[in-house]
Write a protein that binds this ligand. Structure first.
Ligand code: SF4
Length: 101
């Protein structure tokens, strides 16, 4: 499956939600998460994320591997989101900082 990583935290643009064909995405107050049981590995959400927060699980850097389990745990605790939402306040500034890294 694909995994949302910490780069989403505080941005939560949700472009990913609008392209996912199988409603994989869950949401909380800070970010989105992918349900690994539903993800069909289409990869459609990867290029639309403005901050590059989504990666294939097998391509995660060692310091991001923990996000596999975090996504799995958080989807059990959070609601499904099926349509795009406004990004969080400050998301654009955060995005610029991430892109500038
Ligand atoms: Fe949805 Fe495809 Fe992204 Fe999986 S890879 S979360 S199925 S858009």
């Amino acid at each position: 499956p694909y995994v949302v990583t910490d780069l989403c935290t505080g941005c939560r643009y949700t472009e990913c939600v609008s392209v996912c064909p199988v409603e994989c995405f869950h949401i909380d107050d800070t970010m989105t998460y992918i349900d690994p049981e539903n993800c069909i590995d289409c990869g459609g959400c990867v290029p639309v994320c403005p901050v590059g927060a989504i990666k294939a699980a097998h391509k995660l850097a060692p310091d991001k591997v923990e996000w596999i389990e975090i996504n799995r745990r958080r989807v059990a605790e959070t609601p499904v989101v099926t349509s795009r939402l406004p990004p969080l306040p400050g998301a654009d500034e955060r995005k610029q900082a991430i892109i500038a890294r």
